[in-house]
Design a protein. Sequence first.
Length: 344
Amino acid sequence: MSSDLTKRDQAERAMRHSWFPVARSSDLATPQAATLLGEKLVVWRSSDGTARVSARRCPHRGADLSQGVVTDGSLGCPYHGWRFDGADGHCTRIPSLADQSGIPPKAAIRTYPAVERFGHVWTVLEEPVTELYDPEEWRDRDLVWLAADPLSSSTGVAVAIENFRDVAHFPFVHQVSMGPTPEVVEPLQVRRDGIDVRMDHQLDAGSGDWAAQGDCLMSYHCVAPGLASISYHYAVAGLRVVAGFPSPVSYDEVRIFWGVANERDFKGASLEECLRVEEMVYLEDLPITANIEPREVPWDAEVPEFSAPADLFTLNYRRAFHELMRRTAEFVEAGTPRSGVPAP
């Protein structure tokens, strides 16, 4: 029962039932290794263009399938050439067998759901509690996405999300990318609806790299556990977006997948320039977040923390995460089966 689990346990369980990116779509010319909450995965594209996510270990003698070769809809092991179907994971061919009817019936690799969105391939380890992120503010926009190089960070998902949407650190961490910004944070108008948290913040152009774009309204939107986005509304240029999707390699280590998007008729900087400056922001953050203790939000109150009014968004995100934990507990206790192929 959930009451027997620590909050940390409940947080990790909720993440196992949540969608995370595991690779950029643009990298699937060859199979890609990924790790999600300790599970070793391979992300690949079958010959018909379908993205697949499978267990990385070959069940024959343990070779790494991310070193393998794709043949039609199967992934071949680099060691002995065993092939596994991308849809359900069953073994389709053993080259050393003269008669393929002798393939062991249980020879299979576990497969996971795979969905491409925002320039990335997403998966979920257990039956998902919620649908994959689909922010309503983007649905009617003709957005063009550019996926960035992933970044590594020694923090948990929640710490990474909280850093992304925090506004009080701008004048201390982002003096180069944003220029001088006020230290005093005006009262925040935060709205939470279940696991969604939203906030608007007016940003003056200042003297940083974004100065030429003019003032803008920053619309923050976070969804527990792992989507954080800012939609920048410029009076003349139009809409641009930056979104971060920290993916937990382990409970307290993430690989930050992220990207930028512009409306197709955006009149400001190019996607490449937007990505360059947003990466500058990220790289300013990483040396600070690398030394945060503990590395993940202390869900069990194992260390004291104190908050100020500027932390209102953070506190609402934590409430959203607790709501996700609650929904996951109900979902699991209802006995929902796991998706994918049972481990051989």
